[in-house]
Design a protein around this ligand. Structure first.
Ligand SMILES: Cc1cc2nc3c(=O)[nH]c(=O)nc-3n(C[C@H](O)[C@H](O)[C@H](O)COP(=O)(O)OP(=O)(O)OC[C@H]3O[C@@H](n4cnc5c(N)ncnc54)[C@H](O)[C@@H]3O)c2cc1C
Length: 426
């Protein structure tokens, strides 16, 4: 097998496969290599539906070899280091691969270990996460069997893939418990590192009504630091004052909690709150994969180490023959497959222009979409751009949850992903 490619793509996930297929539609004679160590390819957006008991986990995974486009070469290796000045990558095995043009898209890293105890208890002790293929079915087991008590849903303070996923599952759980007649016995808490439920005011207003209707208690700027599955406790740090914490928890039925007040006189002092839980859905902090963080491609000003690109052209700021897209970049968009659908054609057009010694002309405006189910059978399709302005596709108010949008998410998008998006035709 040759160790040199005209275009080398790092990562054969949503972004890598879409962009390879689209490139070949434009120029069928391109010599493309795709580096990915994984045997499996996942449709992650359906993991929320798996956790809600309405989608078969087996339908979210296929063999990687089935999705690799014909006329490309799959190199089953993990990249370890980049040498962009020498147009070369080095793999974990020591294999060196050279290229003329590079597309970087190895996704985002799940930093499970940033929440003490989480990895150890994941998938047992009534602790789960839809961010893990093996645990998503357990989320449904927990929700289905819950008869009341303290249910905690967490959201980290870092950017994550699909910012809506930590609360989507909460709305579905609440709706399920309401329909089963146990919601009155449930005390539902959302512990979030963000300062609001959603960044776009139009969509935020809808979600705040859902939260109120479900009697969900929210804790913002609250960073989960530990989960103990056996003792059923969750710890989070917050800059809220002890009296504000007590006030927010006083509305709870099952408020077995403690507050450890910091004695540190710093201005940004944080207090540690410990809550008891009976059910916990946790989402880990996320950052660029370590091999990106430690590479010359990273944005040195970004503590999470993403690839440094121009947020509109998707071209690397310092290496003109390098592009990046998907969850690994420092583009300040919401990290979703929907964003990749708009980024991929921009990368394709601009890369081909650079190959033709032209100035890149295609422009990505930060479009992203977050389909948020507010109950079984109803979904709000939130679409927006870098400016956090709604960018609605349909000729109706998308801030209103609808059955048609539920069908889009549960039936149409999974089909579109496997049959059109990965094939480069949507
Ligand atoms: C629970 C959940 C719900 C979601 N819901 C939605 C939704 O409703 N709508 C939506 O649009 N998006 C949603 N997403 C987000 C969406 O799945 C991601 O944004 C998308 O998969 C990112 O694509 P990517 O190609 O950047 O990364 P991935 O699809 O994660 O692919 C990365 C690839 O890189 C490979 N790789 C990793 N390390 C290396 C290495 N060292 N060398 C080479 N290859 C490597 C991996 O094996 C993988 O194949 C959701 C995600 C989750 C987890």
């Amino acid at each position: 097998m040759s160790n040199h490619y005209q275009i080398l793509i790092i990562g054969g996930g949503n972004a890598g496969i879409s962009v390879a297929s689209q490139l070949l539609h434009k120029r069928s004679n391109l010599n493309i290599g795709i580096v990915d160590p994984s045997d499996k390819h996942y449709y992650q957006p359906a993991w929320t539906l798996v956790g809600a008991g309405i989608f078969d986990i087996k339908k979210t995974v296929r063999n990687e070899k089935e999705v690799i486009p014909k006329n490309t070469t799959w190199i089953k290796e993990a990249v370890a280091t980049f040498h962009p000045t020498g147009n070369k990558v080095i793999c974990n095995s020591g294999k060196e691969i050279t290229y003329e043009y590079l597309i970087v898209c190895p996704g985002i890293q799940l930093d499970w270990n940033k929440i003490k105890g989480l990895k150890e208890t994941l998938g047992k002790n009534n602790v789960s996460s839809n961010y893990d293929f093996n645990s998503a079915p357990y989320t449904w087991e927990m929700i289905k069997n819950f008869k009341g008590g303290m249910a905690v849903f967490t959201n980290p303070s870092t950017p994550i893939k699909c910012g809506g996923a930590p609360h989507k599952i909460m709305y579905l759980a609440v709706d399920y418990w309401r329909k089963k007649g146990v919601l009155e016995q449930c005390d539902v808490h959302y512990v979030s590192g963000s300062n609001a439920i959603f960044g776009v005011p139009e969509y935020k207003a809808t979600l705040e009504k859902v939260i109120e209707k479900g009697n969900i208690k929210v804790h913002y700027n609250a960073n989960t630091v530990a989960i103990n599955g056996q003792n059923k406790t969750i710890e989070f740090e917050t800059t809220a004052t002890p009296s504000a914490i007590k006030e927010s928890l006083s509305k709870s039925n099952a408020a077995c909690y403690s507050i450890n007040e910091t004695t540190d006189a710093n201005v940004n002092k944080s207090n540690t709150v410990t809550l008891n839980f009976d059910l916990c859905h946790a989402v880990p902090p996320q950052s660029a994969p370590d091999f990106i963080k430690n590479s010359p491609l990273r944005d040195a000003t970004n503590p999470l180490g993403y690839v440094e690109i121009d947020k509109n052209t998707m071209q690397h700021i310092r290496f003109s023959n390098v592009f990046a897209l998907g969850d690994c970049t420092n583009a300040p968009c919401s990290k979703t497959g929907a964003a990749i659908r708009k980024q991929a054609p921009v990368v394709v057009t601009n890369l081909l222009e650079v190959m033709d010694k032209k100035i890149p002309t295609a422009y990505y405006d930060g479009y992203s979409a977050c389909p948020i189910p507010t109950q079984y059978g109803k979904l709000m399709l939130a679409e927006f751009d870098y400016t956090n302005k709604p960018q609605m596709t349909f000729p109706f108010d998308q801030a209103k949850p609808r059955w048609t949008m539920w069908i889009l998410k549960t039936k149409i998008l999974p089909w579109l992903y496997w049959n059109k998006i990965l094939k480069g035709t949507a």
